[in-house]
Design a protein. Sequence first.
Length: 202
Amino acid sequence: MTDIYEFLDANNVSYERHDHPAVFTVEESKKLSPELNGASTKNLFLRDKKGIRHFLVTVPEDKKVDLKALSSALDSSRLSFASPERLKTHLGIDPGSVSLLALANDRENNVEAFIDQEIWEDEAILCHPLVNTSTLVVPLKDMKLFLEKTGRTWPKFYEGQNSQIFLKPLNCSRHLRRSKKYYRFKGNFTNFTGGTSLFCIG
């Protein structure tokens, strides 16, 4: 498993560290974590029906995600939560510690990562540093640098008619690279993320 602090420091990714008791849920995080400036997130590690594709989906902490609708949007078979064993295998962490920073352990870019656009519009993102006893405040510019250093392709947006956003598959997976089509996320996509859009970061 990557030493996340060594990785961040070696790549000049700045952060503020705040320690707190272990938290396993959003509710516990609200009670036990200090109030910090930045986007508080909920991170879902998901798998498709056959366990071939794996996804890290990051949304604002209070948003509800309809997995059935999300499965359709991502052109995937039925999505469900991946087991702790799969989480350990693919991201090298334990339940309660999932965050964007875990992508540092996905050296082959096998996990398809998606971020809610609302998070990307904040000035900073709050992340667990691969353990659930600390939270890092990572400025957005430094999160962009982190993603670049993990080999993730830059997200691109395509504005269409009626407030639609077109998501061009980047290097999310061999499945998406073969597809060569655009995924369409309508502006009223309340059926799975409460009204905003996801974009792929690799």
